[in-house]
Design a protein around this ligand. Structure first.
Ligand SMILES: Nc1ncnc2c1ncn2[C@@H]1O[C@H](COP(=O)(O)OP(=O)(O)OP(=O)(O)O)[C@@H](O)[C@H]1O
Ligand SMILES: [Mg+2]
Length: 493
């Protein structure tokens, strides 16, 4: 309790004087005033650990003052002082967010007890908030980026700072990777604070020329500093030991989150690679017997046709088609592990897109899908592997159709974005993807469809990357999906 900062406001000069003396005797740092406006100015200038406001004051009563104070310092515990006989008001005060009330004239012990609880409550409220925020971060199974965003956001919320920025070391340089809150100074200005914390490997306070104070705490992962969490406070608010302690507690939790994100990513990619290898092996084992089956089925079909068993022949044909489907799947799975060599040839990209759209025409008509084609007719023929790319665009278009309700819109656009680069965008107004789905679409066998194989997007990306292109996905649940493929215009040979 000693050294805590307490704000007292009462329009009775005598009470102000007495309170100042009593609280100072308890070892508290007291700011006492009879003027609510002055109190609000003090709240702008420094943070308080607790406040005592008189209920009846003119022109701003204690409850209004409390609301204004909470606008500036949301978790400030306020004790409302009332005279005898106004218990109803006191109860109302608690309902409106006061921590407690105390009736005048008060006994020193009661004052000490209530203030003591307010001060420990403040710590506790902060810690509880903090723990919840950190728990949310650790519980979220996101990418590193998302976790860092959450760290920055939670830090702003838990520390009442104006802005929090997470810096991470990348190639020996500190890069600002996540940012929450807002402040006028550029993010770059916080880099030196981050550097100081990383060098010292301990929490650091940096005082700016404009009176601003910046706190930085290193993110210690496996003994080294992986980066720093930097917090910028409002001007003229001097941080306490407590703030620094809170920040380093927070940054160590953030470091734990960061490390588990790294580990999770490593485990996940290891598991996916193992899954991929296994799938490729199984696919390989299936290939030969499937070839044999195909031969037998065709043989059977011929014999049944010769024997004029039309029904039997038709069944044999169905078997044959099912085998073709399985063989295609096997080829796809094998391709996933080891992408095929590209067979580039001069290919009109728009023609390829039209071919894909033609293949889904029946589905489009049946479900009254509105198709928008915006194809740049001036595109030159490009050196691409048309077989592989047909698979890519067909999958994007089919995925779009799968996502659409009847009557929705599917757009296929091609255009030149830079002199040497062509962009194809496949866009739907369908259901979009949750963040979880978005993070996993390229995973082998990840599908949300009853009859999906979950290979389409993974294959699409690997084919595009083999062409030295890029594939990007933008999607929001309920707002549709846009997949953008960029390909370089290579010399058609
Ligand atoms: N345009 C889209 N809108 C909404 N979700 C999509 C879209 N494209 C892909 N997805 C999601 O990504 C998942 C993976 O897509 P992917 O094409 O890899 O596999 P699939 O379509 O399920 O199966 P297939 O192997 O037959 O293509 C889909 O199951 C779906 O949940
Ligand atoms: Mg698909």
């Amino acid at each position: 309790m000693k050294g805590s900062r307490v704000l007292v406001v009462d329009d009775d000069a005598h009470i102000v004087e007495v309170m100042e003396m009593r609280l100072a005797a308890m070892g508290l740092e007291v700011t006492a005033t009879g003027n609510p406006q002055e109190a609000l100015r003090a709240l702008d200038e420094q943070s308080f650990d607790a406040a005592l406001f008189d209920l009846r004051m003119e022109p701003m009563n204690g409850l209004l003052l409390m609301e204004a104070a909470h606008g500036k310092q949301p978790r400030l515990p306020v004790i409302i002082m009332t005279a005898h006989g106004t218990i109803d008001n006191a109860v109302q005060a608690v309902q409106r967010g006061a921590f407690d009330y105390i009736t005048k004239p008060f006994v020193t012990e009661e004052l000490r007890g209530k203030l003591g609880r307010a001060l420990s409550e403040r710590r506790w409220a902060r810690d509880r908030h903090l723990l919840r925020a950190v728990g949310d971060i650790l519980g979220s199974s996101g990418t590193t980026d998302r976790i860092l965003e959450a760290v920055a956001q939670a830090t702003v919320e838990a520390t009442e700072a104006q802005r929090a920025v997470v810096f991470l070391l990348e190639d020996g340089r500190l890069a600002a990777l996540a940012n929450a809150g807002s402040a006028a100074t550029p993010v770059e200005a916080l880099r030196s604070a981050a550097e100081a914390a990383v060098d010292k490997r301990a929490p650091t306070t940096v005082f700016g020329d404009d009176g601003r104070v910046t706190l930085a705490a290193p993110l210690l992962v496996e003994g080294g500093a992986a980066g720093a969490l930097v917090v910028e406070g409002p001007a003229r608010v001097t941080p306490t030991e407590d703030d620094l302690e809170l920040l380093s507690l927070f940054s160590s939790q953030a470091a734990v989150a960061l490390r588990s994100a790294h580990e999770l990513a490593r485990l996940r990619s290891g598991a996916l690679a193992a899954l991929g290898r296994m799938a490729a092996e199984v696919a390989h084992e299936l290939r030969n017997p499937l070839g044999g089956l195909k031969l037998y089925a065709r043989h059977l079909e011929e014999r049944l046709t010769r024997a004029e068993d039309a029904q039997g022949a038709e069944i044999a044909q169905k078997i044959s088609r099912a085998i073709d489907h399985l063989a295609e799947l096997v080829t796809d799975i094998t391709a996933f592990g080891r992408p095929p060599q590209l067979a580039r040839e001069s290919t009109p990209l728009n023609g390829l897109l039209e071919d894909c759209l033609a293949l889904v025409e029946d589905r489009v008509n049946e479900r009254q899908i509105h198709v928008v084609r915006e194809l740049d007719r001036t595109l030159p023929a490009m050196a691409l592997d048309p077989r592989q790319l047909r698979k890519v665009f067909l999958n994007l278009i089919v995925n779009g159709l799968d996502a659409l309700e009847a009557g929705g819109t599917l757009a296929v656009r091609s255009r030149r974005v830079e002199p040497g680069v062509v962009e194809v965008a496949v866009e739907d107004t369908g259901c979009g993807m949750s963040e979880e789905t978005r993070a996993r679409i390229f995973d082998l066998f990840f599908t949300t469809k009853a009859d999906g194989t979950g290979l389409g997007m993974g294959i699409a990306r690997s084919v595009v990357e083999l062409h030295d292109g890029t594939l990007e996905v933008e999607s929001q649940p309920g707002c549709g999906t846009r997949v953008v493929v960029r390909l370089a215009i290579a010399e058609a040979s």
